[in-house]
Design a protein around this ligand. Structure first.
Ligand code: MN
Length: 296
């Protein structure tokens, strides 16, 4: 299929403007990837602006990837982890987790946070957190690919995956790269810095380039030096997904229950060690839960 460009939506997280590439009305998921926020780059004056107090998640994994700056992560399973560029934070919510994130003051802040929808087999499981200080890299022509999750060109990330998935950072000084893909998977690109051309279509920061399925390789042309691209892909997610606020579920009833547990501060979402204030859940756009079972 032809490259499909979807503009990101302007949003705000913890005081920082973000470009939300997923979900969009036109494109809800790419594999199990269901949420992509690109924040920054911002300079010293705004670098510490990213301050996200404790908030809950269910049914998803958060993937944090920095290009610049430092962010401190604390969560309800007891993790306290500073992340730097080139490192990976992966938090698995399962049946419930809460976390807080705060950027350290510094010369800048630039990064991407993604969510992965968990499949039925694991989404009711225990919460967990892992940090990877180093990730495998592979050189392909003019690109250095760092594999965040899954496998690319023989390099495999040690990070947990619950469904067939790939996520890789492509760092390009300029020039062409041929990247092998799984033709049964769907793929997309998010440009964090610089610009690329794919099939003659320009892809720049602030959009998602959806590539569909059926490609066994991808030729990326970095049209600017210092280009950074995120390659996302996976087996098209076979389960219906209902996303609301910080929850990934299947039904309104599940989301109502998670919202009530967060509000009542039940043991489902234990306390997070941070000076930041808890973020209250907004009201749901529905007034009564629908009858079960349902597919949305
Ligand atoms: Mn979060």
């Amino acid at each position: 299929m032809a490259v499909e460009i979807t503009p990101s939506r302007a949003a705000e997280v913890g005081g920082l403007p973000v470009r939300r590439a997923l979900p969009r009305r036109e494109r809800r998921t790419v594999g199990a990837w269901c949420f992509v926020d690109h924040f920054g780059p911002v300079g010293r004056d705004l670098a510490a602006a990213l301050q996200v107090g404790p908030h809950p998640h269910i049914g998803l994994q958060t993937v944090t990837w920095l290009l610049d700056g430092e962010v401190l992560h604390t969560d309800s399973v007891g993790s306290e982890q500073l992340i730097r560029p080139g490192q990976l934070n992966l938090m698995t919510a399962g049946r419930g987790v809460a976390h807080a994130e705060s950027a350290r003051p510094g010369p800048g802040c630039h990064g991407i946070q993604l969510w992965v929808a968990q499949p039925e087999a694991t989404r009711h499981g225990e919460p967990a957190f892992e940090h990877h200080a180093a990730l495998p890299q592979v050189e392909l022509d003019d690109v250095v690919a760092t594999v965040l999750v899954g496998e690319l060109a023989g390099a495999r990330s040690p990070a947990r995956t619950d469904s067939p998935l790939v996520g890789a950072d492509l760092t390009m000084a300029g020039g062409l790269a041929t990247v092998p893909l799984d033709a049964f998977w769907e793929h997309a690109l998010v440009v964090a810095a610089g610009a690329v051309a794919v099939d003659g279509v320009a892809v720049t920061p602030g959009s998602l380039a959806y590539l569909g399925t059926g490609r066994d390789h991808l030729v990326v042309d970095a049209t600017e030096p210092g280009t950074r691209v995120l390659l996302l892909g996976g087996e098209p997610f076979p389960e219906p997904v209902l996303m609301w606020w910080n929850f990934v579920a299947r039904t309104r009833t599940e989301i109502d229950a998670a919202r009530a547990d967060w509000k009542r501060e039940t043991a489902r979402f234990p306390a997070v060690r941070t000076p930041l204030a808890r973020i209250p859940a907004p009201g749901t756009p529905w007034t009564t839960p629908e009858p079960e079972p349902t597919i949305l």
